[in-house]
Design a protein around this ligand. Sequence first.
Ligand code: 3SL
Length: 249
Amino acid sequence: MHSELPKIEACFSPSEFHQYEKGFELIVVIDVLRATSAICAAIENGVKGIIPVDSVEDARAYLKKGYLAAAEREGQIVEGFPMGNSPISFLNPKLQGETIVLTTTNGTKAIKIAENKETVVIGSLNNLQSLTEWLIRQERNTLILASGWKDKFNLEDTICAGAIIDGVLESRKFASKEDSSVAAKFIYRSAKENIFSYLKASSHRRRLRKLNLNADVNFCLTPNNLTAIPILKDGILVPLQEVENTVET
Ligand code: 3SL
């Protein structure tokens, strides 16, 4: 009976995407620390759009053409760029109405891998509730793509994937069959009372702590402090309402 329900599954790394993607046209890309949290913050703040690009060279080319461009590698702002990947910096009111080009170590790479799918939306712990409610309404096969770290599994994206899966499955309108999804759900359940301390030992949190980015980490690990759902439209991440309003008219 479950086979008739739409599926919600987790893929732990961009390197495994090809093994999971068949049959999924709705992809949720997550990179909790920090790319997708930053993108959600930007769109909630009123940034007009984010153009994700793969390489620093591509971002630099946009910069030369006069675009506002942000670039992060190894957790740091790339030399020559005015911004990196800090979600707090994307909350600056001066960015409202701007279109920003963005490249990051893992997050934008994952978005680019998924970009040919029908629907690509951006998830984080920050927009967990609004995203989960929206996914339930779609009733479509949904694949959550974790950005991981350089193609490796990471804990924070897995917890977020598990939180989305747990919430969506509660609706009883979906089913999961992959072990990755079951593992994500159980890891989330064991972490949910204190995600912050659960992640204390995680590799990326250690990396960001060394860079003095604790305020960013606090922001990224706070569930439901945002409601925006960024969606990819013609290669640009825009607010979901922009696409839904176009469909309705
Ligand atoms: O990998 C990414 O896309 C980044 O979010 C990494 S960092 O948090 O800026 O270090």
